[in-house]
Design a binder for this molecule. Structure first.
Ligand code: ADP
Ligand code: MG
Length: 756
């Protein structure tokens, strides 16, 4: 705890200002406001080109008054003051240091209207410069601002009160994330007041002095001053570098501490036995493991055999064969007397895993009735499915089998996290398709074992290194970088119905060709019915720009099924719908029918997004593909081309060419490299979506650190954090860092402190 930082704001800036800040920014403490950083800086010499102002956004700009006129309104009482401003400064004959040269260009002008603007009328006289803040609108082609906040900029070197004009002109103006009601400079003034009243030297510094010395950092007090009140661009850059590192170090130390805590835990060692299930499984494997699968397998085998818990992330492209790697790890644990749980994100996927794992175990999978006597080798394991929608009796039996130890492998959805589910001796947890499961859920499952279990998290979405270091910073990482041999390429085409409506019919003729050749087809829709808002999977945000376009009717499973039943080119083709609102038995039956090639064409929502594995499916048609995110599309198309047969994916869109949402589709068409796509995806998403709630358990968002941009800062901070925590696991010698971590992990705690 730091007395200065945790102080209620009103104790430093007064009740009135504190109330305004709380109302508009939701900030109540000194710490909160001090860490409310400018989004960018403008230099006073720099004139924002009016022609480049974005419409409909809150902007802050400096401009000079060309003319001003006030008239009385006709319809109601009052006056309108129209002020025309320009970013052309040349004619004023003023010296501008570091200014832009607008000569030779047509200067942009902006009309600013004030209703009953007495202050505007008296202050905004011709030739004056001012900062304006408001929302830019366009009326009959003329850019405008209505009733913006404004403040005269006192930078006229001829009237200035003795300040060095060069220096003044060079002084950057911080631009804070503002609201319409609380403009940037009011925030700036309030923070300036705070800086005056604060004992800056009493601020804690979580960065160790050795590190500061090595990096040549500003002292923390100086950094806070200069990030808010810089005298030069160099000032704020240095301040920002320092505070950004500070942020990275706190985050990485939190993760390093968590890793250290996990590593210090005692787990049950599950040593390989040589003649058990795993050996029998390997002997019957119908293919050879890829080099990557073998290497990762060895890493896992060694870690499972240790008496500290394994905490590992396994990344690998769709189809790279993660499941067999996970299954082999599970068998090692079962051979050593433990149980393994496999957690899947959807019921369909859990059921698929259940079927395919039992299938690949063959005779090794005892069904309980045979009581472990099945198979030539004399060993077997019971595989049990446990999902939320199972009939009560079956679920109760599954829970019993998990608790008694009868079940060796328990496969399920988040139902496995339920309070009433317990295990006899849970040795390994495998989490499939991690992007749906956060740290909290991992911890909830971990809590189900008597001793901390080993953990393997699998994801098909390749994660850039820095994201791995932040979001999954508590896990070690392994990657499967090659696909098993015989995997045929997937060709992806963009089908733009806007430019070529006739293609709509062609799609179904193409599907028919595939089916006539004995193959199967997926058709994916963004919605279930005609009256719902879409079926974006839980935890998966709708992609940017997905909402509220044109109000056109999106393809829904029910409408498309109806349409296809009447489609001449598909006459006689057995087809079926599949979506999340169906009864579980129906879903299972449909999936089984598709797997057995009785159903030729499956119309579904994204329930087939992950993991579903039907080798005979070769064509995927994604309708209104613009409604899906890049990773989703990449995952979806990974469902075809699995059985050595070349796959085709058609991304169908009704959007006009050039529509921003078509960028995503073009990216997916352009490459099948998941890594490139995930980078692209992250660029198009907002930072908060990347980190989400899974961010090491903390709920606060990053301020100065950008996960994609600041890879080197994150890497250095990670190394430093590892070093600090390694030498001082409890951070006894680093109390200020320990406090900062605490604050980061529990930001809401601050709200309860000292408020009067
Ligand atoms: P994912 O990594 O997407 O989860 P899966 O584990 O579902 O991939 O594997 C995809 C398919 O590849 C499965 O049918 C699986 O049996 C098969 N497979 C896995 N490893 C190999 C291998 N080494 N050689 C050939 N086929 C493999
Ligand atoms: Mg998988």
């Amino acid at each position: 705890m730091n007395a200065e930082l945790d102080l209620a704001l009103e104790r430093r800036i007064g009740k009135r200002s504190a109330a305004v800040i709380e109302k508009h920014l939701g900030i109540t403490t000194v710490d909160g406001l001090l860490n409310y950083f400018p989004r960018r800086y403008m230099s006073r010499g720099e004139l924002t080109p009016i022609s480049e102002l974005p419409l409909d956004e809150d902007v802050t700009l400096i401009a000079r008054v060309l003319s001003s006129s006030t008239r009385t309104m006709q319809a109601r009482r009052g006056t309108i003051t129209d002020v025309i401003v320009s970013d052309d400064d040349g004619q004023q004959g003023l010296r501008l240091v570091g200014g832009r040269d607008f000569r030779g260009k047509v200067p942009g002008t902006l009309k600013i209207s004030f209703f009953n603007g007495y202050k505007a009328k008296t202050e905004l006289l011709q030739g004056r410069r001012a900062l304006f803040s408001g929302k830019v609108t366009s009326f009959k082609g003329q850019l405008g601002l209505t009733n913006p906040d404004f403040q005269l900029v006192d930078d006229d070197p001829f009237t200035d009160s003795g300040q060095d004009p060069e220096k003044l002109a060079a002084m950057p103006i911080p631009v804070y994330p503002a609201t319409a009601k609380l403009p940037s400079w009011k925030i700036q003034k309030t923070i300036a007041t705070l800086l005056e009243t604060l004992d800056l030297d009493a601020l804690p510094d979580p960065v160790p002095t050795e590190v500061s010395a090595r990096e040549g950092f500003l002292p923390v007090s100086r950094a806070y001053r200069l990030i808010h009140v810089p005298e030069s661009a160099d000032d704020w850059r240095r301040a920002r570098d320092r505070l950004r590192y500070h942020e990275a170090l706190v985050l990485q130390s939190a993760l390093a501490r968590r890793r250290a805590q996990l590593a210090a835990e005692e787990a049950t060692a599950r040593r390989p036995v040589g003649d058990g299930l795993l050996a029998a499984f390997d002997a019957n494997l119908p293919f050879t493991l890829t080099a990557g699968q073998s290497a990762v397998g060895q890493t896992l085998a060694a870690e499972l055999a240790r008496d500290t818990p394994m905490n590992r992330l396994l990344q690998g492209e769709v189809g790279s064969g993660k499941t067999v790697v996970a299954l082999r790890a599970m068998l090692q644990v079962i051979d050593a007397g433990g149980q393994a749980a496999l957690l899947a994100p959807t019921e369909v996927l859990a059921a698929q895993h259940f079927d395919s794992i039992r299938r690949s175990l063959g005779a090794l999978s005892g069904d309980g009735l045979l009581g472990g006597l099945a198979g030539g080798s004399g060993v077997s394991v019971q595989v049990t499915l446990l999902t939320g929608s199972m009939p009560t009796a079956a679920r109760r039996q599954a829970m019993l089998d998990a608790a008694s130890g009868t079940a060796g492998i328990i496969i399920g959805t988040h139902a496995l996290l339920g309070d009433n589910v317990s295990f006899y001796d849970l040795g390994l947890i495998v989490v499939d398709e991690q992007h749906r499961f956060g740290v909290e859920q991992r911890d909830a499952l971990r809590a189900k074992a008597r001793k901390p279990p080993h953990l393997l998290v699998m994801t098909a979405t390749p994660i850039p290194r820095t994201v791995a270091m932040t979001v999954f910073g508590d896990l070690e990482t392994s990657t499967l970088s090659e696909l098993p041999k015989g995997r045929a390429p997937i060709t992806t085409h963009l089908v733009g119905l806007a430019e070529n409506p006739a293609w709509a019919a062609r799609i179904w003729a193409r599907a028919r060709e595939e089916i006539d050749a004995g193959r199967q087809v997926y058709v994916v829709c963004p919605k279930i019915g005609t009256d719902d808002d879409g079926d974006f999977s839980p935890g998966e945000a709708a992609p940017p720009g997905a909402e509220g376009e044109e109000g056109r009717e999106l393809a829904s499973v029910t409408a498309v099924v109806e349409h296809l039943l009447a489609e001449p080119s598909l006459a006689g083709v057995p087809l079926a719908p599949l979506h999340g609102r169906q009864e579980p038995e129906l879903k299972t039956e449909t999936m089984a029918g598709f797997t057995a090639n009785r159903i030729k064409l499956l119309v579904s929502t994204t329930v087939i997004e992950v993991g579903v594995d039907v080798h005979n499916a070769t064509l995927m048609v994604i309708l209104d593909a613009d409604r899906f995110g890049i990773s989703q599309l990449h995952q979806l198309r990974g469902r075809v081309g699995r059985g050595g047969l070349p796959g085709t994916c058609l991304l169908v869109t009704a959007l006009e060419p050039g529509h921003p949402s078509r960028r995503r589709l073009e990216a997916v068409v352009a490459t099948t490299d998941g890594f490139v796509l995930s980078q692209e995806d992250l660029k198009l998403r907002r930072e908060g979506d990347i980190l989400g709630a899974s961010q090491s358990g903390g709920r606060s968002t990053l301020k100065l650190l950008r996960v994609l941009e600041h890879e080197d800062v994150i890497a250095r901070a990670r190394e430093d954090a590892q070093h600090i925590v390694g030498g001082d696991p409890l951070l006894a010698g680093h109390p200020e860092l320990a406090d900062a971590i605490e604050k980061y992990l529990n930001p809401e705690k601050e709200a309860f402190l000292e408020r009067g």
